[in-house]
Design a protein around this ligand. Structure first.
Ligand code: GAL
Length: 434
């Protein structure tokens, strides 16, 4: 009997771990897949289906070259098609192979390596039971400006390419797809030579644009759209148009996807905000904590595009406004970094992983055996404490909020990095379930 009870307890912790993934943070690093190879998925988006996350992105490989005769820095690699990776926890990504392959030797084909295949996004259609991928297809000088569409019976593909369109005769470049709670899906794309952003309702099977569309900005040159919803409002993060070079992001807010949209300020805060932390938006993924999202962006390496990196950061809604901050990664490399264990003393310790607004008390000891005492809420994206007493120095740190990097998540053992500006050092804690 006791054995069964313990077993049930273990299983419930395990289920919890499966349902409540850790918070992935990337600060321009190489993201390795489960084979130890760098993830190749740029301009990416994530589909959650049946408890699994599917990451789709541009495959960038080969030598980067500069398209001659362009008025701007048109660096390119051959169109490599679309990759797919799957994950249960947003941390460990398994390579599912090529979801949509490019081909060689047919310059008239949208998927030819001489073309451009960018910003693929996949949504699932309940009615047809198909996975629908939209992407930007273009010529090397971006004169083609079309939205391509492909379908598959499985999330990971292979996807069958159906063709490309100019929705309602309008140019379509940088784009995303947003599927709303009522199962209507929308294509959001830079149009009119990137001067405006358009939103177009897709057909019920999501494979073609409908005549319902609107131009949601005046001529303000925005691209790299990423849409999310919070408390019945829609948010749209975009970048300026400076090619592969970073620029400040802005966000807009609306009561309806088709508008009216109100342009707001820069959602990025703190050092690096003016360059979107040297990156460009691509997607915003909701998490279990309704007020926290994962902001996904690309740190492009324009002269060596396959060596572009990923920036994934917590986006936190504060008084209805998105705030994106970069953890203080410099301190992460500090020689002062220490490995510690944190023992939860709260009964509700497992809820920490859900990022819910409960308060947790725990004590921690660093590798030198020195004890700290914390009150925590809002894990996993932030560590917040009322006051921290450093028992070694006797120093008390005022209440504050610190980014937490949950780097691993496994059945009650949570590894987090705590960036403490007050101590001018980083502590790496291992949180162990009591
Ligand atoms: C960016 C755009 C990328 C890519 C690049 C080419 O502004 O967001 O997806 O098209 O320009 O320079």
């Amino acid at each position: 009997m006791r054995f069964i009870f313990v077993l049930l307890q273990m299983l419930s912790v395990y289920n919890l771990a499966a349902q409540q993934p850790g918070f992935p943070v990337h600060t321009g690093d190489i993201l390795n897949d489960t084979d130890g190879k760098p993830v190749n998925a740029h301009g990416a988006g994530i589909l959650k289906y049946n408890g699994t996350y599917y990451l789709f992105g541009e495959i960038k490989k080969g030598t980067t070259w500069l398209v001659p005769g362009q008025a701007w820095e048109d660096y390119r690699v051959p169109a490599g098609g679309v990759s797919c990776y799957s994950s249960k926890d947003l941390i460990n990504w398994k390579n599912e192979g090529v979801a949509l392959a490019s081909l060689t030797g047919d310059a008239s084909n949208d998927l030819d390596t001489s073309k451009i295949i960018e910003r693929p996004k996949v949504v699932y259609n309940k009615q047809t039971n198909k996975f629908v991928m939209w992407m930007h297809v273009d010529a090397n000088d971006y004169s083609y400006s079309q939205a391509g569409v492909a379908v598959s019976d499985q999330p990971e593909g292979p996807y069958k390419y159906l063709g490309s369109v100019k929705p309602n005769g309008q140019m379509a470049r940088d784009m995303t797809v947003y599927k709303d709670e009522d199962d209507k899906a929308y294509l959001v794309y830079a149009s009119e030579f990137n001067k405006t952003m358009h939103v177009c309702l897709l057909s019920d099977d999501y494979t073609s644009p409908t005549a319902t569309y609107s131009c949601i900005t005046s001529a303000i040159n925005r691209e790299a759209p990423a849409v999310f919803k919070f408390q019945n409002k829609y948010y749209l993060i975009t970048s300026d148009c400076t090619g592969w070079s970073p620029n400040p992001a802005t966000y807009a807010v609306a009561d309806s996807l088709l508008g009216q949209w109100k342009q707001m300020g820069n959602p990025c805060k703190g050092a690096g905000a003016e360059s979107t932390f040297l990156s460009q938006s691509t997607f915003v993924l909701p998490t279990a904590n309704k007020a926290v999202f994962i902001f996904m962006a690309d740190r492009w390496n324009k002269t060596d595009l396959p060596n572009s990196r990923y920036v994934w950061l917590p986006l936190e809604m504060v008084n209805g406004q998105p705030e994106i901050r970069m953890p203080q990664t410099k301190k992460d490399q500090s020689s002062n970094a220490r490995q510690s264990k944190i023992y939860f003393t709260s009964k509700e310790k497992n809820r920490v992983a859900a990022g819910s607004n409960y308060r947790y008390h725990f004590t921690a000891a660093d590798s030198a055996g020195k004890n700290f005492s914390y009150a925590v809420k809002n894990l996993p994206s932030w560590l917040q404490y009322d006051s921290v007493k450093h028992l070694l120095t006797g120093k008390t740190v005022k209440a504050g909020q610190y980014p937490v990097h949950l780097v691993a998540f496994n059945a009650g053992i949570y590894i987090v990095k705590v960036y403490s500006t007050d101590f001018k050092m980083t502590y790496t804690f291992k949180i162990v379930k009591l």
